[in-house]
Design a binder for this molecule. Sequence first.
Ligand SMILES: [Fe+2]
Ligand SMILES: [Fe+2]
Length: 181
Amino acid sequence: MLMSRVLHRMAGMTPSVLEAISGQIANEFGASFSYLAMAAWCEHHKFMGCGHWLRMQSAEENGHGLKLFNFVLARNHHVKLGAIAQPKVDFASVQEVFERALAQEQEVSRQIDALYELAFREKVFAAMAELQWFITEQVEEEKTVREIVAKFQMVKDDPASLLDLDRELGARAAEPAAPGA
Ligand SMILES: [Fe+2]
Ligand SMILES: [Fe+2]
């Protein structure tokens, strides 16, 4: 018992931070799964550019999950993968898809903030350093999706503009993987 406590301290981790990071791994893979469901809806409705953008976003979230997965292993802990909730699969419009995406990003930002606060309280400095990357990433993710939502709100139901916007989203290029992913 004493030995395991000492090992925990040596590894610079606490049980509650470890559990919370495991939960966040499931949240990131859940976000990936949710973006994949959004891609499926868009492509079924022939918004192929939106589908492309959302598939890339799904892959990016997968990378976020792996980044935390690799972090836990690098700290010499066992990764306990949790359940992933079924994502929302039905939408009223492509605009609603991206509004849901923005809500999802805002939720992930809250999750990361809570995780950072916990790591701060428990003085798990390595986790704080790791999570700093995610805090910065969430600022960028929210900004990007908020701009897309604004464009859909401007375009409304105008078919020519919707096709333009779909083409624009279809031009999204691959970004370098997250460091450590
Ligand atoms: Fe993420
Ligand atoms: Fe994200």
